[in-house]
Design a protein around this ligand. Sequence first.
Ligand code: AMP
Length: 114
Amino acid sequence: MAATIFSKIIAGEIPADILYDDEQILAFRDIAPQGPTHVLVIPKKEIATVDDVAAEDTELVGAMIRVAAQIARDEGIAEDGYRLVFNCREHGGQEVEHLHLHLIGGRTMSWPPG
Ligand code: AMP
């Protein structure tokens, strides 16, 4: 898998507004926020897309969701609700080929997506 901008954030080579950091997971604010809160939760392991998540990654992806939920509580948006999104490849609107979970909240969102 080619190194992405997220690999550089993990390596500390480019700055990010980091909210959570452990051995396996990093979370930081999106540079182009789509709501009052917009955080990206990523695995430090290089996984390109949701389609590349293996059985051995099940616990890791579950932990990503739990980190997102904790950040939502910390940001004060959990009670009103929020959206968690994995974009996958071109039709899903994925631009960075490193698995990432979008946490977006702080405003009402419509459904279905455009
Ligand atoms: P996606 O379209 O699902 O691949 O989402 C990629 C997201 O990464 C977009 O919402 C971008 O705004 C965000 N992004 C790109 N570069 C950076 C960066 N250096 N720091 C924080 N977020 C970024």
